[in-house]
Design a protein around this ligand. Sequence first.
Ligand code: GDP
Ligand code: IMO
Ligand code: MG
Length: 438
Amino acid sequence: MVEKMMRTLVIIGSQWGDEGKGKITDYYADQVKYVVRFQGGNNAGHTIVVDGERFAFHLIPSGVVRGKTVIIGNGVVVDPAVLLEEIRQLDERGIKVNLKISSKAHVIMPYHVAQDGLQDAMKGKYAAGTTKRGIGPAYSDKAARDGIRMMDLIQPKILKEKLEFIIPIKQKMLEIYQSDQVLDSGGIIKQYTAYGKALEPYIDDIEYLLNDAITRGSKVLFEGAQGALLGIDHGLYPHGTSSNCCGQAASTGTGVPMNKIDYVMGVVKAYTSRVGSGPVPTELTGKTGEKIREQGNEYGTTTGRPRRVGWLDLVALKYTTMINGFDGFALTLLDVLEGIDPIKICTAYKHGNDIIDRWIADTNFLKDCDPVYKDMKGWSPRSPQEWNEIANKGFDSLPGPMKEYINVIEEFIGVPIVLVSIGPNRNDTVIRKDIFNL
Ligand code: GDP
Ligand code: IMO
Ligand code: MG
């Protein structure tokens, strides 16, 4: 058998975000040279814990803690103030930031942030409950070809020319939204010129850098943000985000072609969580939901909002597996379900008299779907140290009912679960299959 040489790994949230992508990225970052964000912006909040020390990233790829070269691709929307603050904080913690930013990445401007909050507030039942970070308006301007790119930030004359045209239009837009906020054109131009100066050393043609690196045999890890059910094309429109959150976006968001993508890994948490609005068929609103929220500390990394929680939805997972073509899964947060018995898994929906095995990205349809559940036996609580000891011993040491839970998911989805996570720390991790030596 010919050994497959793996050069690139894409990590994707397979649900509604917050599946533990940061932890999994940090785990595999050890084995690569570059770690790359390719979509989304600082709506993301990726947490990693190393020897008890916690890091939360919004824009900088999680590989930075491992000292890897980190890259922000053209598909990302960048708030320069947030990025510079993240660099400053890492510097303060003694972590060197080896960063490259695509010259084609779009910039989140103050009017985007203002517009985001105003727009979502007016939408009533169609609101997404956004993170109010200006993500949607920045991607709208990109599509309308009114965006400011990183390359504009470092060309003061062009930046001024563009903003003198755009800002008066944005001012009128804010007035339509009945805001009395006044955009200080001169101040914005000055501020963003200064950001350009500060970020200039990082700006590069990352498509050349990455393609050359892969051709030379370097390994690259692509870190997805959000989750497949939030994606603009295949997610629950209009309650999701404004970028594509699927594996294919790793290609468009960096300029690395599809035939250089070797492995797409879905990250799935052992239950469901959701920040923001829109129907979640398996949502738990009672005591069990509260217990999962508390045990999983399910509060947003970015906004601090309590996350809605529910049982694992295999209908949705099978759908995102189809869209992304996941080669394997990392199953996370299994320890959080300790002490809950039975644990339910949704295997189909009931819609009127019909049993449905498809996830249909239509709000009105989904809100009338009732989950059909399979009951699974739970496992008893352990201390974080005990979970860590189990992780060190390996897969066979996991509680029997947990192994059964893993096997049922794997069988239903038809894709191997190659990694199991039973705690937030880097080493609370069990490898079932070493994907870098396929
Ligand atoms: P991301 O957005 O997908 O990177 O996920 P977040 O960082 O927003 O949320 C995941 C949360 O779960 C973080 O607080 C992680 O530290 C934590 N976490 C990750 N994996 C595990 C796990 O297996 N068990 C527990 N208890 N926590 C985990
Ligand atoms: P990570 O990368 C969970 C949700 C918001 C809202 C919708 C649109 O940490 O998994 P936006 O600000 O993007 O316009 O909001 O998407 N959302 C997330 N939910 N995790 C995220 O990122 C999210 N990023 C956006 O709550 O419903
Ligand atoms: Mg998150």
